[in-house]
Design a protein around this ligand. Sequence first.
Ligand SMILES: Cc1cc2nc3c(=O)[nH]c(=O)nc-3n(C[C@H](O)[C@H](O)[C@H](O)COP(=O)(O)O)c2cc1C
Length: 179
Amino acid sequence: MKRILVLYYSQGGHTAHITRAIKQAIDTEGHQCDMMHVHEALSAGVDFDQYDAVAVGSCVLYGSYHASLFELVERYQNELAKLPNSFYSVNVVARNPEKRNPDNNKYLQKFIELSPWKPQQVKVIAGKVNYPAWKWYDRLMIQMIMKMTDGPTDPTSVIDYTDYEDVAEYGRGLIKLAS
Ligand SMILES: Cc1cc2nc3c(=O)[nH]c(=O)nc-3n(C[C@H](O)[C@H](O)[C@H](O)COP(=O)(O)O)c2cc1C
């Protein structure tokens, strides 16, 4: 049995939801997946020795990632690099299939550029538009981004772009990575 740790940053809950789907895919195959929010990892610490592989995932916020994600990869860069490792980026630009190619996704490239830990494997996952759940200024800003990229601008829109079969496949891929 392989033990896999997934550290994730989620602001509005969707990256947490995706991470639960990854965990489910791993657990269903008879392996063990533990998931931990980046904030919890930073405050409680992480025992990397328990694991055969590690993944780190985060949503994109305003073209980058929350500062705590960079704090995590700074602090644990050696531990992350010692295990088979992977990074996944959740963003709504990836609703366009060509932007799910890591080479074409600027947010994924940005992470690789800024992070002292260079992930062995990377993945881009399309996230969720959830205008009603967002604060008014976030809604306004994202509507502007969407207007520029031909996306939905209706403030009542709730659209989940995540391909859950692909997410499950990513989870099963982490088992292979750990083997
Ligand atoms: C404040 C804010 C800023 C965002 N900025 C971007 C962005 O620059 N590019 C993008 O593709 N998606 C952007 N998104 C979309 C999120 O990455 C997407 O909604 C994701 O599913 C959110 O995950 P979470 O619920 O775990 O926070 C933004 C969302 C919010 C709320």
